[in-house]
Design a protein around this ligand. Structure first.
Ligand code: IMP
Length: 435
């Protein structure tokens, strides 16, 4: 290594929607490259800059900073139409104007129209047992990747290869859609025409992003890895099968960005001051009462990708402890603390009970996880408006006590506190790039 390593990973520690977009946007101001390494346009990262809201689904949140190169790594599944639309939208606003500002891995797999059709038809067929996917074709695209029949960005850029692979795959998918899901087939010619149009627009950005990142890291460039979704949606360690189809944690960076594991230096874990989830699946601290409704309203808890109302509940230290351990979290960015303002008391889940026994781990069987009862400790709430306070000392004592208790339970410091959606509503207690 010729220069000191300077890389930071930002990962979600709950069920996604922790506010990663805002924290990545802030840290991007100091980053040379910002990298997505997994997931696809199931993500929706909401950024508010000078009152203007931007929602990004595929392009890294570094897009709002002129200096950052945005990299879409090989572990991401890319819907070409969505990417072209998002890119052109940003260009119209004068962003990503440098031709080198966007780089897409040649190894990234494509989400194709049949993946979306299968995702939607399967969810429909599952009825009550549905996963609650975003319907963007994420799972079926990753299935093809691991079945070794996927089509990648490099293929999209080679018209002959792409046409042949698309024809072969579509034949099989149409047969599956008809036989198993009672769906009509999709038309090859129109699909090929549409995708070929996207290919010519995206080809200039496609390259070996793994080599690009390795060189950048070895040259001491500041690299920010931007996680999507959250640890409890991780396909290996989340609340399976109510998960997404990728490794959402820091462990996914090496494979998904194509960098050696030791090149990820600092891990910042993002957590809301409470918990939310969209889609189905266990959620022990969920609140189906007025407090849950208050959190949803005060926190604007509606999905950035699908608009679905998010399920809301108390902070769950069992979930967080597991996520801190799996990610090797160095510090926590605690978001949406302001949403807890005006609640008379706040609960923290410190353990579970299953069949009358205390447990401090998440059961592997989803049916058991559905049955656990949270064990709470209660903390007094605060009345004061904290949105935009300038320092930790300005927070009400009760808010500071809440933060201290979370640090104690998780064994890691809170390095960033977010008290509102704007860039200036953030307390940076320690700079992750300084470490
Ligand atoms: P999929 O990723 O569309 O297959 O959806 C699988 C599960 O992950 C569903 O419960 C989705 O609601 C959830 N999910 C996927 N992406 C996100 C996200 O960015 N935030 C929150 N939940 C997500």
């Amino acid at each position: 290594m010729s220069a000191p390593l300077s890389s930071v990973a930002v990962v979600g520690l709950q069920w996604g929607d922790e506010g990663k977009g805002k924290i990545v946007d802030l840290l991007s101001a100091r980053a040379d490259l910002v990298v997505r390494f997994q997931g696809g346009n199931n993500a929706g990262h909401t950024l508010v800059v000078e009152g203007e809201q931007t929602v990004l689904h595929l392009i890294p949140s570094g897009a709002l900073h002129a200096r950052s190169v945005c990299v879409i790594g090989g572990g991401v599944v890319v819907d070409p139409g969505v990417l072209v639309e998002e890119y052109e939208g940003l260009r119209k606003r004068g962003l990503l104007s440098d031709p080198g500002a966007l780089r897409i891995s040649q190894e990234a797999h494509l989400i194709l129209p049949y993946h979306k059709a299968i995702d939607l038809a399967r969810e429909h067929a599952r009825g009550k047992g549905k996963i609650g996917t975003t319907g963007r074709g994420i799972g079926p695209a990753y299935e093809d990747k691991f079945a070794r029949i996927g089509i990648r960005m490099a293929d999209l850029c080679d018209p002959g290869v792409f046409a042949a692979k698309l024809r072969e795959n579509l034949e099989e998918k149409n047969a599956y859609l008809a036989a198993m899901l009672d769906q009509g087939g999709l038309d090859y010619r129109s699909m090929l025409d549409e995708l070929s149009g996207y290919a010519s627009k995206l080809a200039p950005f496609v390259c070996d992003t793994s080599a690009l990142l390795d060189h950048a890291l070895r040259d001491g460039k500041r690299v920010l890895f931007e996680g999507a979704q959250g640890m409890m949606l991780d396909v290996d360690h989340g609340s399976y099968p109510f998960v997404t189809s990728s490794n959402t944690g820091a462990a996914g960076i090496a494979a998904g960005a194509g960098v050696a594991p030791k090149l990820v230096k600092t891990v910042v874990g993002i957590s809301k001051a409470y918990t939310t989830r969209v889609g189905s699946g266990p959620f022990p601290t969920e609140l189906d009462d007025d407090t849950g409704e208050h959190l949803r309203r005060a926190g604007g808890e509606f999905g950035a990708t699908t608009g679905r109302p998010r399920r809301c509940g108390w902070f769950d230290a069992v979930v967080l402890s597991k996520a801190v351990r799996l990610n090797g979290v160095d510090s926590i960015a605690l978001t949406k603390l302001d949403v807890l303002t005006a609640l008379p008391s706040i609960q923290i889940c410190t353990g579970y009970k299953l069949d009358g026994y205390s447990i401090d781990a998440i059961p592997a069987q989803v049916a058991d996880y559905e049955r656990v009862e949270p064990v709470y400790e209660q903390w007094p709430g605060w009345e004061e408006d904290i949105s935009g306070v300038g320092s930790l000392d300005e927070l009400p004592e009760r808010a500071r006590n809440y933060i201290c208790r979370l640090e104690e339970l998780l064994g890691v410091p809170v390095g960033i506190v977010s008290t509102g959606p704007g860039r200036d509503q953030t307390l940076i207690l320690s700079d992750p790039f300084a470490g």
